[in-house]
Write a protein that binds this ligand. Sequence first.
Ligand code: APR
Length: 240
Amino acid sequence: MDIQNVFVLTGAGISAESGLGTFRDRGGVWSRFDPMKLATPEAFAADPVLVHDFYNMRRRDALNAQPNAAHTALAELESGLAAQGRNLFLCTQNVDDLHERAGSRAVVHMHGELSRVRCLACGDGRPWREDLTVETPCPSCGVAGRMRPDVVWFGEMPKHLDAIEDALIKSDLFVAIGTSGAVYPAAGYVAQAQAFGIPTLALNLEAADNAGMFARTRLGLASATVPAFVADILAGADGS
Ligand code: APR
């Protein structure tokens, strides 16, 4: 099959070898912290100091981390496909900027970005690399204490869903990398791809919750499986 449009969905597993924690692995973030107390609008309203502390820690960790070979390989996939007149749609559940720092130019962050903040008073959104506190005034409207991390919390609508669905339907290959398939709508994309007759491939350390939905799976560390996959696709293989 001629692979013109590749859709790649990444999850926390692709950043694990960069030292950033996954969520549901043994020792994962949600086994140490309660997401309902840290990653919901209600949690932020109830205890903004606690939520700011949690996201300040994660923002600092993400900014101190380095992209790994898997991120670099996907940046090479983007430029390599473009040189061949083909396309990559890179959708990530991750809120770190390691794809961008590895050289990826078009990254769709469906769960938002740690490196951006948003003001609940005026709606202003902007890049942000420092700690955020309940005293921080909005640079746009000046109101203090209404700035929040521009990430998608549980109970909130993920971003860019129309663009993602549009790219998924047009894709010739759907690849999920480093995701447990536990959180929707991302976890449901493989079923949609299958329904459209699109070949599916999972690159993961272990079988994900939705592993049975994938036509093919390659188990292993992303730093090994992703470069091998990219080399195959750029050489004209179909990713099987
Ligand atoms: N290489 C490849 N896969 C890995 C690696 C690695 N080095 N390390 C871990 N994995 C796999 C794990 O086996 C697991 O299946 O990555 C997956 C990570 O799953 P989760 O921790 O659930 O992360 P993710 O799927 O991205 O979570 C989805 O949940 O809490 C929300 O918003 C949060 O975006 C996140 C979403």
